[in-house]
Design a protein around this ligand. Structure first.
Ligand code: ZN
Length: 125
């Protein structure tokens, strides 16, 4: 009995119809678009990448405008509008990396200050 049913099962496992796969990918793309549409804060996230001085690991950290941007006003440098301060520990070692980024009103990087790491990049997510 079992011997008769086995070939059928093997055939099904080996040759799945490709149609559901294509549909799945399309659905994911549609859902992503809908998410973007309903979540405007999605656009307000940034990714900062730094490189550890001890192990050279590159670490990317998400920066949220609402949580991580501090308003700053510096009369000597009126372009300076936001400051971001982060302390980050990577996965490879216990080196505490410190990062400070000064931004303009349009979120352009004015300058960076780092400790135990190198600044690599700051991008919109
Ligand atoms: Zn490290």
């Amino acid at each position: 009995m079992v011997e008769h049913e086995l070939p059928k099962l093997v055939a099904w496992v080996r040759f799945p119809s490709p149609a559901p796969f294509r549909l799945g990918k399309r659905m994911k793309a549609i859902l992503k678009t809908i998410k973007k549409f309903f979540k405007p804060e999605y656009k307000k996230a940034f990714l900062v990448t730094i490189k550890c001085h001890d192990c050279e690991e590159e670490v990317s950290v998400r920066i949220n405008r609402s949580a991580d941007f501090q308003l700053d006003y510096n009369p000597k440098n009126p372009k300076h509008f936001y400051t971001i301060k982060k302390e980050i520990i990577g996965k490879n070692c216990y080196n505490l990396m410190q990062l400070e980024i000064a931004l303009t009103k349009n979120t352009k990087v004015l300058y960076t200050n780092t400790k135990s790491c190198d600044f690599v990049k700051f991008d919109k997510e």
